[in-house]
Ligand binder design. Sequence first.
Ligand code: KG4
Ligand code: ZN
Length: 333
Amino acid sequence: MSINILAIESSCDDTSAAIISDGSVLSNIVANQIVHQKYGGVVPEVASRAHQGSIIPVVEAALQEAGLKASELSAIAFTRGPGLIGSLIVGVSFAKAMALSLDLPIIEVNHMRAHVLAHFAEAPYPSFPFLCLTVSGGHTQIVLVRDYFDMEVLGNTLDDAAGEAFDKTGKLLGLNYPAGPIIDNLAKTGKPVFSFPHPKVKDYHFSFSGLKTSILYFLKKSIKNEPDFIQNNLNDICASVQKTIVDILIKELVKAAEHTGIKQIAVAGGVSANSELREVLQQTGKEKAWSTFIPKFEYCTDNAAMIGITAYQKFQKGDFSQQDITPVARWKV
Ligand code: KG4
Ligand code: ZN
C-alpha cells in the first residue's frame, strides 16, 4: 500500500498544500497572498486571516490534482515553525482537526529543514554530506547536511536575511513587495556600475543591514545632485545591488566548501529563484568542480511539497507528533 501524505505549509504569506505519495510529489498547490503588496511587507494579522480563507480550497485542490480521496491518506504533515505564529496556527490547527476527524497520525516539520530537503522533491538528488545555502525572506544560512535528520548550521545572518536585503532595497527604490523578483528582472537590462561595501563578519556568517544603510546614503547623496537619479538609473542600481548580495553569498559558500572539502553544493529558499545567484553558482561550481543542485522554482519558494518530502522521511521512521502539539515561532534547524 502507498504512503500518501497530505502536507500543509502556512508559515508566512503563502498557503500551500501538497500530496506526496511514496516520496513523489503528486500535487503542490500554492495560494499567494497578494493582499500584502499595498503594505510593502507581510502584515501578520492579515496573513493569518488570508490563510483561514484559502486553506480549505487549497487542500481540496491538492487532493483533486493528485486524484486522491481524503480516506486514502496515511498521515497529515504540517509546518510547526519557524514562522509567524498567527499564520502557523491556521495550518497546525487545520492539520490536527483533519487528522482527528480521519483518525490519521500527524507529522510536524521544521520549515528550514524542509527548505533543505526540497532537493529530494525531484532527481537529481544531492548525496550526503552536502552544503546547502538557504536564502529566504527570513533566513540566510549555510547548512552542513550529513543526513535527512543530521544538519548543522555553519553560518547564519547576524541581522537581515538576503531576501530582506532585496525587499528593503526595493522599498527604497519605490518598488512593490516582494521586491526580489522585480529587482532580478530589472537587473537583467542593467550594469553593476555602482559598488557597495561587503560586511566584515566571521567566516560563513552574513550581515545585510549595513548594505541597506549604505544604499540609503548612496541614494540620498545621488538624488541631491540629480533629483531623478533613481528613475534614470533604476536598472543599473538593481544590477549593482543584486551583484553585491550574490557576491557576498557566494564568497561565504566558497569558504565553507573549501574548509569542509565538500563538493556537493545546494541552494534553497525563495532567493534561490534569483537568476544571477543561479548563474554564478553554476559558474563557480564549474570552476571548483562542484556538483550543484538548484531546485525547480516551485520548490525554491515556500511550498508544501518540501514539507511532505520531509514528512515522508519521518513517516518511515515512525516519527509522529502528539495531538496537543502547538506551533513555534522560533525553531532552530
Ligand atoms: O522562501 P520564501 O518564499 O519565504 C520565506 O521567507 O520563507 O522567500 C521569500 C523571499 C522574499 O524576500 C523575496 O523577495 C525573495 O525570496 N525572492 C527573490 C526572488 N524571488 C523571491 N529574491 C531575489 N530574486 C528573486 N528572483
Ligand atoms: Zn521559507
